[in-house]
Design a protein around this ligand. Sequence first.
Ligand SMILES: NC(=O)c1ccc[n+]([C@@H]2O[C@H](COP(=O)([O-])OP(=O)(O)OC[C@H]3O[C@@H](n4cnc5c(N)ncnc54)[C@H](OP(=O)(O)O)[C@@H]3O)[C@@H](O)[C@H]2O)c1
Length: 229
Amino acid sequence: MEDGSNTARLSDQTVVVVGGSAGIGLETARYARAAAAELNVQHTEIVDADDPDALLRLFGNISAPIDHVMVTAGSPHYGPPLDMAPEDARRGFAGHLMLALNVVRCATAKMRPLGSITFMGGTGGRRPRPGFSIVSTATMALPTLIANLAIEVSPVRINLIAAGFVDTPLSARLLGSDLERRREELRATNLIRRVVIPSDVAALAIHLMTNDALTGATFDIDGGQQLVT
Ligand SMILES: NC(=O)c1ccc[n+]([C@@H]2O[C@H](COP(=O)([O-])OP(=O)(O)OC[C@H]3O[C@@H](n4cnc5c(N)ncnc54)[C@H](OP(=O)(O)O)[C@@H]3O)[C@@H](O)[C@H]2O)c1
């Protein structure tokens, strides 16, 4: 999507992207015209979003009011759950959930009414499969947390994007030499006959920011992938 009416509506607003240096977050930041030097970035900071104190400092350094927050930090935990070190398993179960809770805790007091916080989840973990115990459980818990948090912080809005395969650096890292084969497979099987790319997700993220009827909900974006695999 080029610079359309939704991005124009964000032009005077403060949009914070946590995880904006790559992939979906970078593309959303581009769309929101708020996160890189060539795009009039106002402030960038390197933080570990899994560290609650670092998050507190990050939001503490941003001048209120904040209009929108997009969180793309975090990555899924795959692997045989019974062989996984307990600490890794705990991080896998709790990582995304605690990240969401901590961001909402740090950001909400600084946000405008009807401002939005958007998180990333997935569709791939919905069906139990070997090696998916942890990612699957976290995937299923996240929409429930988002809906409940939306009640807690109303009139600030909270939504979740659930993506299938998106062609990002994360996907490249996870798939390694299997990446091109997976792209080909998805081009053949996805209902849209192409793979989903970061700008597809960014367009949805911008819509969630600008349409203030949307809160407490999970929005799938996977080109029909979950219907055919
Ligand atoms: N790609 C997919 O197919 C897909 C599908 C469903 C859901 N998702 C979810 O969507 C989100 C974004 O995915 P992506 O594919 O765009 O990932 P990506 O290409 O790896 O980009 C993730 C971004 O988040 C940052 N980040 C990661 N962990 C962080 C942390 N603890 N603290 C601060 N920044 C952190 C990364 O910075 P550094 O590189 O500096 O760490 C990078 O800028 C993730 O939560 C992912 O699980 C992705």
